[in-house]
Design a protein around this ligand. Sequence first.
Ligand code: 1OR
Length: 302
Amino acid sequence: SVSAESLKPTADANDNWTPPSYPKSPEQLERLKKAIQGNFLFSHLDDEQSNQILGALQEKPIPAKDIKVITQGDAGDYFYVVEKGSFDVYVNPAGTVEPGPDGMGNKVGTIEAGGSFGELALMYNAPRAATVISAEAQCTLWAVERVTFRRILLESTFARRRLYEDFLEGVPILSTLTPYERSKIADALETLKFPAGSAIIKEGDAADSFYLLEEGEADAFKEGSDNSVKHYQKGDYFGELALLNDAPRAASVVCATDVKVATLGKEAFARLLGPIKGILRRTKYEGVKSGVEDVDPLHPGN
Ligand code: 1OR
């Protein structure tokens, strides 16, 4: 049940809450650190929060396939990180009569090692939004209970998610994604600031990031010309071509004003924007005769 703690997620300096700490063998600790390193959800924690989370996570071996870890509609108790194996997600849409096997509804996704699930019910004090079952034998989960989740992760990681969800909802290129897919992008974004006149991307450089313009304006320039080939404002994106084509940067992008961008690393770009790769590829560039959808004007050879 939802207790009074849910009304006051912010840690009070003088309350006496301490997170639970479950003892772990050196071998367990090593596996756990490996499981959460590189996970964006844990990358914004300070040292104290990191140590508290490491202590509070409990290992949950899932010894068989088809074990239900979360049942849609239940109250939320734990948040889970996948160390090993994979889990299928099923959603039974409201108003339908038990579609799919066991009334679990339709399969909407799979969560692989390194992924996580079960945060929604804990974030919003809502019933579980989906059913999650093991998709193979011998899976390993790490679980953190709701109070620790709210006291540590809600204030850092998931506060960022909420901040970015509003911005991402207004980004046209992301409009075909589900709100949940946009939330996962929000988790992975990093904020960067650039002063007016500086270059965010330099033509010819190797590519490691994709950019969404959050504040300010910028222009793309091609070597040898003073004219902007494309103008960017809030909600626009750039830096996708080199990532899509595995090629050097095809243009420079220079700030027309002070600029704030949200960036997605190469690997997160591939994983999270996979569903809209086709749309990203069809972007048209200024000064290019339209008509041929899949020719990339900055790489006419492609
Ligand atoms: P929860 O606490 O609600 C079920 O428990 C968990 O499944 C949920 O948190 C998410 O962590 C995870 N919609 C809702 N929950 C999802 C989805 C999802 N995928 C994973 N979970 N999708 C939208 C379906 C219309 C799938 C989007 C790809």
